[in-house]
Ligand binder design. Structure first.
Ligand SMILES: [Fe+2]
Ligand SMILES: [Fe+2]
Length: 345
């Protein structure tokens, strides 16, 4: 018997993450349209900042989806809803005020979905909480954007109703509201995505694997054990493959032929151990014993990468090269995850 690697709860969260990516695309294109629709410098400035955040957050979302390690399509109802919202935003029937009002609802939806994923992760597993940490930034900024949009709506609304400008003081109030949020959420805001180098990204994966090993070890419920192992199997397979596609070929010349070959060989062993565990019964005691053997092998391998290989990278690559490797590594993982999701259908 070969166990299934998919878990319903994890797939449901993956689908919500896919919804968020779809909404994020619409948020960005809305803001681009608002910018070309108004000459008001103050309002333009708000939208410019928001657009900058939202483009950056698209990158954060993509990273979170890859770190999460399970890919899914967006929900069909969500797809329909977004299609409708897009049509409405592009139509000439609505005024700018009405379009921004729709946009604020969309921001609200995005903030709520982000929060929901965060709460669901707390229930499902520590490995998920770790993987989605950067989502905190996106959630926090969406809350702040909602406040700013309320300010924009006041200005546009008063103008639409009276033909006159609203009384001053709106932005000050908006800033106060945002400051109140950052008091609550500021400590969890992490701006890691822009500057992550290859070592950071690899280390994140290693830590997540470590966490999954601990979760398997601490659990006596075969269902949970199967869920964690399914995630571990996917994560390790994709991580190893992406290292072999991107990292090992890049370090070979300065890390040395023998050292690099050793990493390939160790991963070969790891892959065959994963296969054999996958055919075992997660309720058997042999299962945990084999997972522990795998853990020892993986941790040995990880130690080598994080000590000598990381040092070699530091000594031979510029910051820019290390960041480029990180980008290529994430892109390779994303492709491999797509392939894996397609092969499981
Ligand atoms: Fe590796
Ligand atoms: Fe690794």
């Amino acid at each position: 018997m070969v166990m299934s690697l998919d878990d319903t709860k994890r797939m449901a969260i993956a689908s919500k993450l896919a919804d968020m990516k779809l909404v994020q695309e619409l948020l960005i294109s809305n803001e681009e349209r608002f910018l070309s629709a108004t000459n008001d410098s103050e309002i333009r400035e708000r939208f410019q900042d928001m657009l900058q955040d939202d483009r950056k957050n698209m990158g954060v979302l993509e990273t979170v989806i890859v770190q999460y390690g399970v890919k899914s399509e967006p929900n069909t109802t969500a797809q329909k809803m977004i299609q409708e919202a897009r049509k409405l935003g592009e139509s000439s029937e609505l005024s700018l005020y009405e379009k921004v009002a729709q946009h604020e609802l969309l921001k609200h939806k995005q903030a709520m979905t982000g929060l929901l994923i965060h709460k669901a992760a707390q229930v499902v597993g520590a490995d998920i909480e770790a993987a989605i940490t950067p989502l905190n930034t996106v959630n926090f900024e969406n809350r702040a954007h909602q406040e700013q949009l309320k300010g924009v709506l006041e200005i546009l609304g008063v103008r639409a109703l009276t033909g006159k400008d609203a009384k001053q003081g709106i932005w000050a109030r908006v800033q106060d509201a945002i400051a109140a949020f950052s008091g609550v959420a500021g400590s969890v805001v992490t701006r890691t995505d822009d500057e992550m180098n290859i070592q950071d990204v690899i280390r994140m994966d290693h830590n997540k694997a470590n966490m999954l090993f601990a979760q398997i070890d601490n659990s006596d419920d075969p269902k949970k054990i199967q869920e964690y192992f399914g995630q571990l199997y996917k994560d390790l397979t994709v991580h190893a493959e992406a290292e072999e596609q991107v990292v090992y070929p890049a370090v070979r010349s300065f890390y040395g032929e023998a050292n690099t070959q050793e990493l390939y060989d160790e991963q070969g062993e790891m892959k065959s151990m994963l296969q054999s565990i996958r055919s075992m019964n997660p309720a058997s005691s042999e299962f945990k014993a084999q997972v522990n053997r795998l853990k020892d092998a993986v941790m040995d391998h990880v130690r080598q990468e994080e000590s000598t290989m990381f040092t070699a990278i530091n000594n031979n690559c510029s910051d820019e090269q290390k960041e480029r490797l990180a980008t290529e590594f994430k892109a390779a993982k994303s492709k491999l995850q797509d392939k894996m999701a397609a092969s499981m259908k």
